[in-house]
Design a binder for this molecule. Structure first.
Ligand SMILES: NC(=O)C1=CN([C@@H]2O[C@H](COP(=O)(O)OP(=O)(O)OC[C@H]3O[C@@H](n4cnc5c(N)ncnc54)[C@H](O)[C@@H]3O)[C@@H](O)[C@H]2O)[C@@H](O)CC1
Ligand SMILES: Nc1ncnc2c1ncn2[C@@H]1O[C@H](COP(=O)(O)OP(=O)(O)O)[C@@H](O)[C@H]1O
Ligand SMILES: [K+]
Length: 465
């Protein structure tokens, strides 16, 4: 079945994939000029609305991003918005030269002193290959300082499309970034994504690209079937360790994320176990061989001692679908996982895993997640302000920005609990990671400012709404 337009619009493309998708449109008879016209008019309409009659300065570079800028300027002129262009360099491609030729308005050189209301950055887009020269960086920064509202077209100049790296220090921040034709990795990767302001995408009709990454969109949740019972909805076992607080937080979240039954396995019943959480007290691995267990969570509060490592080994040998988080990630090595698994590292745990699996950390975040997924055979949910999910089969999902209030102790335990709960429901690790990450972000959005991890865990059921 062909993909619907909204699935195609969720795809996230590398520069090479973007060029290939563009080539496919050319082969169907579209010209570069026509594509630039569509893209420039689309972005121009966003600019016209946001400018609301205020004068606009468009900074144009030599490539196609600059070409888009001349189309935007012409669109604004035609609709009565005052506009002028600052040309940082002469157009260097036939399409950009054509766009400049069609624009009849004012074009100033890079030395002009300009102050104004709205700045449009069309200096460089996805074609940026090296840092901006000092003079171009100076021009961009001066214009940014002298305008109130700043809009980047496709990408802010100075940002590397495939990695989200900022190739210069001191790049300006934008209020809005209008992506053209498809999302790029940089739109979701730190540090670039933080400079972009609100994100919008303008569709120019590219087709689905096989193997492309995608943005995490709202999953489809259904209530339990009419004949559901607690075991059919999934029994989740949470393996406690040396510190009781973290697995209790995971359990609070897991009980609200869909599993029919959440059971805490601890050596002794910890203080503060809520009445609605069943606790199985006994020695290591006691009770974990219950065939009704659909999924396990191990790691939060586990500890890093020899005893903790043995406990982890015993859990992984059961080959039950498992979420491996926190301390367990630091104890994990090649060959230890025997069943379906989700790993949920933050940056520090990722670095430990890369050492254990002999992987390089010198790559964009999504590529690091994918390399670990392929080396370990597990789905990897690499957390942070720019969380990303990768599967061994090559699927990659970027999360949209989540509230930075999540940067508080214990929210990782909540994410692990939600993800494990989803895994107990359907035993599909990639789906569990996607649903877990989405519910976690949505619970954070619904929790308002300055929440605790406990508040977040108690908000998870509302995120289903
Ligand atoms: N891919 C598509 O389907 C479409 C792309 N369009 C636009 O085309 C853009 C990509 O165009 P280009 O590939 O021409 O790339 P850019 O416009 O980003 O510029 C690349 C040009 O600048 C040079 N360059 C790169 N880094 C430089 C630096 N630091 N200092 C000086 N020169 C540098 C390159 O050698 C190349 O000549 C997109 O971002 C988007 O705005 C749109 O026009 C329409 C459709
Ligand atoms: N600045 C931020 N913006 C958005 N999300 C964040 C930010 N910082 C952390 N998070 C999220 O919060 C959670 C923190 O998890 P983790 O680092 O394991 O903390 P802990 O071990 O204290 O639970 C992760 O899901 C992470 O993606
Ligand atoms: K730009």
């Amino acid at each position: 079945m062909p993909l619907g337009r909204s699935s195609i619009l969720a795809q996230v493309l590398s520069v090479a994939q973007m060029r290939a998708a563009e080539e496919a449109l050319f082969e169907q008879g579209t010209s570069v000029e026509a594509l630039m016209e569509t893209a420039g008019r689309g972005a121009g309409e966003y600019v016209r609305r946001i400018a609301a009659g205020r004068p606009v300065t468009v900074l144009c570079g030599p490539g196609k991003n600059g070409g888009d800028g001349y189309v935007i300027a012409r669109h604004l002129m035609e609709h009565g918005t005052p506009v002028r262009v600052v040309a940082a360099a002469d157009p260097a491609t036939p399409a950009a030269r054509n766009a400049r030729g069609l624009y009849q308005g004012e074009v100033l050189g890079p030395d002009a002193v300009i102050e104004g209301e709205v700045l449009i950055d069309c200096l460089f887009g996805s074609g940026l290959t090296r840092p901006l020269s000092d003079s171009l960086l100076g021009l961009l920064r001066t214009l940014a300082e002298n305008h109130h509202l700043k809009v980047a077209v496709d990408l802010p100049s100075g940002v590397e499309s495939d990695s989200g790296a900022c190739l210069n220090a001191g790049l300006p921040r934008f209020d809005l970034t209008v992506a053209l034709s498809a999302w790029k990795h940089a739109h979701f990767a730190m540090p670039a994504c933080e400079t972009m302001g609100a994100l919008r995408l303008f569709d120019i009709g590219v087709a689905a690209v096989p193997g492309a990454a995608a943005v995490l969109t709202r999953p489809l949740f259904t209530p339990p079937p009419a004949d559901a019972h607690k075991y059919r909805r999934g029994l989740l076992g949470i393996v406690a360790g040396e510190m009781p607080g973290a697995p209790l937080l995971s359990a609070e979240a897991a009980m609200r994320a869909g599993a029919g039954y959440v059971k805490l396995f601890a050596r002794a019943r910890p203080a503060g176990v809520p009445n609605d959480l069943v606790c199985h007290a006994g020695p290591d691995a006691d009770g974990l061989d219950d065939p009704r267990i659909a999924a396990l969570l191990v790691g939060p509060g586990l500890g890093r001692s020899g005893a903790a490592a043995e406990r982890l080994q015993a859990v992984l040998e059961l080959s039950v679908p498992v979420v491996v988080d926190a301390d367990a990630l630091v104890l994990l090595g090649p060959g230890m996982m025997t069943g379906p698994a989700v790993l949920t590292p933050h940056e520090g745990e990722m670095a430990a895993l890369e050492r254990a699996f002999g992987l390089s950390a010198d790559a964009p975040k999504h590529a690091r997640a994918l390399a670990l997924a392929q080396a370990s055979g597990a789905v990897v949910l690499f957390k942070g302000p720019d969380s990303v999910i990768a599967a061994p089969d090559g699927r990659v999902l970027h999360a949209p920005r989540a509230p930075s209030w999540l940067s508080v102790a214990g929210t990782g335990d909540v994410l692990a609990g939600i993800t494990a709960s989803r895994l107990a429901v359907h035993r599909d690790p990639f789906r569990a990671a996607s649903e877990g990450l989405w519910l976690h972000g949505e619970a954070a959005r619904r929790s308002g400012p300055a929440f605790t991890a406990g508040d977040l865990a108690r908000t998870v059921s509302k995120a289903f709404a």
